[in-house]
Design a binder for this molecule. Structure first.
Ligand SMILES: O=P(O)(O)OC[C@H]1O[C@H](OP(=O)(O)O)[C@H](O)[C@@H]1O
Length: 329
């Protein structure tokens, strides 16, 4: 929980859904956060500009605190709350509503453009190996299929939450031939793959790719087998804090996602760890595909600087550094 004025039901519900992964996937999380910001802006009955801004920042902190790894969430808050401007409540409100609409339009456009860029890497008859479920990665396949190319997929199930099942379903809906494999079968099937195609939750300034746990092992194996690794990531996945040397926090999720409580009790006293993401070093990545073109990972820092400057603002924080609680307001 965060300190500050009461929040719209939509913000609380969206924050809970992101934390429990009812809403998941970096781009989908960003869209949901922007829509929640819009709901808060529409509903807040603050009667002074200062009270309105405080409520909006509080909503931003509530959303920001849900999951730590996907930078699309803070970047959505940067884009929307960063454009809150005006001297009265109605102007502040309309600035936010315009910003949230612009942001969600931009998300749609970015994914479509990225898909077209990524599709150029896929040839007729190619097979892609996927990990987890990424709407950015699937946009590339969808665009390739739309160009009349025949594409097949080897889909890793992606323990512990089996998000590969979502990927398999969506690829089938596109008419792609799908073979589902357990994660540990990936190396065996790499010989049948022309690309490893994954998404990203965050991209670091050095080109390191933060994505679902298991991506880095897959990338190392793919390099060893000579299969190129393509990362589909809209520019909202670029992590501006890494420009100043900060590392990306890796989310540790509940141990019960790995093993059910009763099965664990049967085994006895064991430790269980459940990191949700890992970092693939840039040397294992062949291309990062964005809506602005494809980049070798080492050059992504140039794009990051163009978009964010040398450091990133945090418009959900109180300008005076307080927590935003009533006593400190
Ligand atoms: O933005 P899009 O491409 O949809 O997804 C990007 C990434 O978000 C997901 O994380 P989670 O399932 O929320 O933990 C996966 O790691 C996926 O590769």
């Amino acid at each position: 929980m965060t300190d500050g004025p009461p929040l719209a039901e939509a913000v609380e519900a969206t924050a809970d859904d992101i934390a429990t992964m009812e809403i998941r996937g970096a781009a989908t999380i960003a869209r949901a956060a922007a829509e929640a910001v819009a709901e808060q802006a529409a509903e807040t009955d603050a009667d002074t500009p200062a009270a309105f801004e405080r409520t909006m920042r509080h909503a931003g902190r509530r959303l920001y605190g849900t999951r730590p790894t996907a930078v699309s969430l803070p970047n959505a808050l940067r884009y929307t709350l960063g454009r809150m401007a005006g001297d009265d409540v109605e102007t502040l409100r309309s600035s936010l509503l315009a910003a949230t609409t612009a942001f969600t339009d931009r998300l749609d456009r970015a994914q479509r453009d990225l898909g077209r860029v990524g599709a150029n890497r896929i040839r007729d008859g190619d097979t892609v190996m996927t990990h987890c479920h990424s709407t950015d990665a699937l946009a590339c396949v969808e665009a390739a299929v739309g160009q009349g190319k025949e594409v097949s997929a080897i889909v890793k199930e992606t323990r512990p939450r089996n998000q590969g099942h979502i990927t398999a379903t969506e690829l089938r809906e596109m008419g792609v031939d799908v073979t589902l494999v357990v994660d540990s079968a990936a190396r065996r099937y790499l010989d049948d793959a022309d690309h490893v195609l994954v998404g990203a939750d965050s991209i670091a300034a050095d080109g390191g790719v933060v994505n679902k746990i298991g991506t880095s092992g897959l990338a190392v194996n793919a390099r060893e087998r000579g299969v190129p690794i393509m990362v589909a990531a809209q520019t909202i996945k670029l992590h501006p804090d890494t420009l100043t040397g900060h590392t990306v926090e890796i989310e540790m999720r509940d141990e019960s996602e790995v093993i059910a409580d009763d099965a664990r009790a049967d085994i006895g006293d064991i430790a269980v760890e459940n990191p949700a993401f890992d970092v693939t070093p840039p040397r294992y990545v062949d291309a990062i595909v964005t809506e602005s073109g494809q980049f070798p990972p080492e050059s992504i820092v140039t794009l990051m600087r163009e978009l964010f400057g040398e450091s990133a603002d945090r418009p959900w924080e109180e300008p005076d550094g307080t927590t935003g609680s009533a006593s400190s307001a």
